[in-house]
Structures are given as structure tokens and as C-alpha cells.
Design a protein around this ligand. Structure first.
Ligand code: SF4
Length: 504
């Protein structure tokens, strides 16, 4: 009985940007008696169903975007005589779908760190339960990933998680509902242990795959003080102190290490935190800007963000502390107007963003937006026989790109305008100008390569409606990805020791 872990993907680029961490965490959660699981990440290559034998167990992790592909693989694995177990956020929200569409024998809901091992043991005795309630395990129970199983020549960035959960409640995001609003922080020992292991293997670029690396803002602490709530204040201070402790240990790692994380814009008000990040080699962060107008921010429950000139200044603050920003924007909010696209592009240029992504508003299951949208859909609304409220079950080539009717723009108009914002931000002229942030000509060329790859992987394959443009973008991305990967690798450091705790 072999165990397979599969990350489904419609598109494969041969080389991937970031390791799907969950595959290696569940590999660690696989009891030793099963041997090493066979890992298949379809963002690299598609699964060869013939590699599955009768009696094997196949674990498939799905989110809404790859659920349909995952179901197809589940049925194939079932036909091969395997026991199929689904997990991941989408299976947690729609377990019945995994049984009906994906041939599932069992579904693990919530965190798999503990439940995956239980499910496997039950499979061995032929008594798998239908549903395993993984829940939210405590930070002390998070498994460290099995990096010894990572292929050496396929990924640009490794990924390590330091905190799960986010205290905010943005309307388009499901993280705060699935991972919870209470941050669950791993100890610095476990985080540093994984990072040192990765650097020994030659990975010097590491994504800190956190929901929000800045779980306590200065405003949160001021509020607890104003409310005269000493217990809450002490809790917040302890969480913050743990962040600083982790960063002080990251700072003691080899100088060539580069980390990237996700953070809320409030961190820009906290120079002490930004300085600690920079010292910790955290050189970049994805910042959810979402909208450039107050109406837009209010619509997504993100009014803790700034807009107008304050927004530009706030984003520039990251750069002035040596942190590059990947700004994330959403188009399609009901307050958007045709001029919003140009205004957003203007902010993206003036705020000194190093990278940017422009996504179209999509109601993802598990979010407040989805609930509202689902209720508003007429029962008979369908695409190719599939209810519109289950849009992820339609093949990607006919799946609508926009779902929320807009008061003044058609879906096609918004799609075209979004595409042209991507085209402008990643035009050669703009990329060349931004590449001045790099220290050498070689680094500048690398920057151009990576910018172009980013655009091909995330814009051209995602937004384009015609299949010719999508497959051309796919070919380009494959071609660009291989040389890009080499730019990220470093000489392995097998002798590297774990730095000790630094007392502040
Ligand atoms: S979008 Fe970011 S800040 Fe908002 S809830 Fe999700 S993880 Fe938290």
C-alpha cells in the first residue's frame, strides 16, 4: 500500500515558483510505517494515473480553483482501485461534492496535521471514516515539512509557515473564517529549524507562507489600552514579542538569504517592525491594497487601509525601509468606474511597487462576498447545465471570468480594462524603469526575466479568454521558468548550524 499526495493543476509549467507547502507537511504527517509518500505537484507535471496501484491511498488537496481537476484525478484514482481522500479548503467547505464528483472514500476537513495520519491508519485496517474533523490544531502541533523529499531542481522558492490565522475580516477572503482570527504562531525553534534545512539544500529564497505576518498592529494595542483591558494588551504584546524574537533569529542566518511574506498595510506605521523585517532579510511582502478609493475599501471591509495620497505615502514607507512590495489590487467592485483602472495604475507606479497583481473580483466560497452573491442568484442561472453558484464545476475554458454584475460596466469591459492594466504595468518600458532598484546589470536582467514570467504565469493564463492566447502564455511561461529558476538557487551549505536565540 503506497501513499500518494497530489496537488492538482490544469496548467503545468515544468518549473514552479513556490513549493506547495501542504504536500510536504502531509508527507510529514504520514506515519512512518507507510514509507515515504509519492508526491505529485501538477504545477510541474500532470499525474500519471498508471503510477497508482490497487490498494494505494491517494490524498488530493483542493481549493476552489483546482477542485474540478482534483475531482477528475479522484475518479481516475478510484478506477485504479485506490482509496481516495480529499482535503484542503474546498473539500472542507463542500465535502459532499468530493464524494459525488471526485470518487472520495473520505474527506479530511480543516487542518490535516493530525487527521491525515488517523485517516491513513483507518485505511490500513479497511475502516476509513467518511469525514475526519481536523479542526484547527494548536501551533505546537503544526508539522514541520519533509524537505528531504523536495526535488532539487524544480522550484524557485521554498515555503515555510510561521503563523496561521488572521485577525481581520475582509469580505473577499476566507482565511479568517477557515484558519481563524486568533493567530497561531509557531515557535522560532521550529521555523528556524526548517529554514536551516532548506538553506543546507541550496534554497536561499523562502516564502513565509503566512496568512498575515503582522498579526498585531499598533492600533490594536492602543485600542486595548483605551479599553483598559490589561489582559488583552498583555496577549497582544506577547504575540508581538514572539514576532521580534523570530526576526532576530532570522537576522542571524546567512547574509544571502531572502524572505518574502504577506502583510497588512498597517505595518507601514510601525518603523520598528519594518526595520526588524529588513534586518531579518525579509526583503519583500505582498500587501493587499485592494482598492484605491474609500468606497472600494469600505465595500471589502478593509477600511483600515489608506487611499489617495496617503496610500501612496504608506506604500512608499515599505520601500524606504528596504522592503519591496507586491501590491495586490481588485477590480470589479461596485464602486469601480472606468477611470478607476487608470487611477489604480497611477498609484501602482507612483507608490514604487516592485511587482503588482490585478485580480478580478470573484466570489470565493467561504467568504462573506460569496454568501451575499449566492443568495442573490436566481435558481435557474446556469452555465452549460451547471448552476452558476457552483461555477468551479464548469471547465476552465468556458468558466465566466466575472460573476458579480456591475452597475456601469459589462464583464467584458472590465476584463479588457484589467488586462490592459497588466499590460501597462508589465510593459518593457515600465519593467526597465523599475529594474533600477537592483544593484547590478545582471540583477537588472534577472528582474526583467522574473517580471515577464510573473505576468505570463498570473495574468495571461488567468485573464485571457481565448485559448490561443492562453496556450501561448503557457508556452512562454514554461520557456522562461527554467532559466529563472537557476537565478534563485545557491550553493548548498550542508554544514550550516541553527543559530541560537538572540535576546533583545
Ligand atoms: S485578505 Fe489578508 S488581511 Fe484580509 S482577512 Fe484575508 S488574510 Fe487577513
Amino acid at each position: 500500500m503506497r501513499v500518494h499526495l497530489v496537488n492538482p493543476s490544469d496548467t503545468s509549467f515544468g518549473t514552479a515558483v513556490i513549493t506547495p507547502r501542504w504536500l510536504y507537511v502531509l508527507a510529514a504527517a504520514t506515519p512512518e510505517s507507510f514509507g515515504d509518500p509519492v508526491i505529485c505537484d501538477e504545477t510541474l507535471e500532470h499525474l500519471d494515473a498508471m503510477s497508482i496501484a490497487p490498494g494505494d491511498v491517494v490524498g488530493i488537496g483542493i481549493h476552489t480553483g483546482n477542485a474540478l481537476r482534483g475531482y477528475r484525478l479522484g475518479r481516475q484514482a478510484c478506477e485504479r482501485g485506490a482509496t481516495v481522500i480529499f482535503g484542503g479548503i474546498h473539500a472542507t467547505l463542500y465535502p459532499e461534492e468530493a464524494f459525488n464528483q471526485g470518487g472520495a472514500h473520505a474527506v479530511v476537513k480543516g487542518d490535516g496535521d493530525r487527521a491525515w495520519g488517523q485517516a491513513l491508519n483507518d485505511c490500513r485496517t479497511g475502516t476509513p471514516k467518511r469525514i475526519y474533523e481536523g479542526g484547527r490544531v494548536s501551533a505546537g502541533e503544526f508539522k514541520s515539512a519533509r524537505w528531504d523529499l523536495l526535488p532539487r531542481d524544480r522550484y524557485m522558492w521554498a515555503s515555510v509557515q510561521t503563523v496561521r490565522g488572521c485577525p481581520k475580516h475582509c469580505s473577499f477572503c476566507s482565511v479568517w473564517r477557515t484558519d481563524g482570527q486568533k493567530p497561531r504562531q509557531r515557535t522560532s525553534d521550529t521555523v528556524i529549524g526548517e529554514i536551516v534545512e532548506l538553506r543546507r539544500l541550496g534554497y536561499r529564497f523562502i516564502a513565509l507562507a503566512d496568512d498575515n505576518f503582522y498579526p498585531v498592529s499598533l492600533t490594536d494595542m492602543q485600542l486595548a489600552e483605551r479599553q483598559n483591558n490589561p489582559q488583552r494588551l498583555a496577549e497582544l504584546k506577547a504575540i508581538r514579542q514572539e514576532r521580534f524574537e523570530l526576526m532576530s533569529r532570522l537576522a542571524a542566518l546567512p547574509e544571502d538569504m531572502v524572505f518574502f511574506t504577506q502583510i497588512t498595510m498597517e505595518a507601514a506605521e510601525d518603523p520598528q517592525f519594518l526595520d526588524a523585517m529588513r534586518a531579518a532579510h525579509i526583503q519583500g511582502a505582498l500587501v493587499g491594497v485592494e482598492a484605491v478609493t474609500p468606497e472600494g475599501l469600505k465595500a471589502v471591509y478593509k477600511d483600515f487601509n489608506c487611499c489617495g495620497e496617503n496610500l501612496v505615502k504608506r506604500l512608499q514607507e515599505f520601500r524606504s525601509h528596504g522592503i519591496h512590495v507586491l501590491g495586490s489590487f481588485i477590480f470589479g467592485l461596485s464602486s469601480d468606474r472606468p477611470e478607476t483602472f487608470a487611477a489604480t495604475l497611477d498609484v501602482a507606479h507612483r507608490a514604487g511597487l516592485t511587482f503588482a497583481q490585478f485580480v478580478m473580483l470573484t466570489p470565493f466560497p467561504g467568504t462573506v462576498d460569496f454568501e451575499r452573491w449566492e443568495k442573490a442568484q436566481p435558481e435557474e442561472a446556469q452555465v452549460e447545465g451547471v448552476p452558476i453558484t457552483r461555477y468551479w464545476l464548469t471547465p476552465p475554458e468556458i468558466r465566466p471570468k466575472m460573476f458579480m454584475p456591475h452597475p456601469v460596466m459589462t464583464s467584458e469591459e472590465m476584463r479588457q480594462r484589467t488586462q490592459s492594466v497588466w499590460d501597462d504595468f508589465y510593459s518593457f518600458r515600465s519593467v526597465w524603469k523599475r529594474s533600477r532598484c537592483t544593484p547590478s546589470l545582471k540583477a537588472r536582467l534577472a528582474f526583467i526575466f522574473i517580471s515577464k514570467l510573473y505576468r505570463q504565469m498570473y495574468a495571461s493564463t488567468g485573464i485571457a479568454t481565448d485559448s490561443a492566447r492562453r496556450s501561448k502564455a503557457n508556452r512562454w511561461a514554461r520557456w522562461l521558468a527554467r532559466p529563472c529558476r537557476r537565478l534563485f538557487m545557491a550553493k548548498p551549505m550542508p554544514e550550516l548550524q541553527v543559530p541560537g536565540a538572540v535576546l533583545s
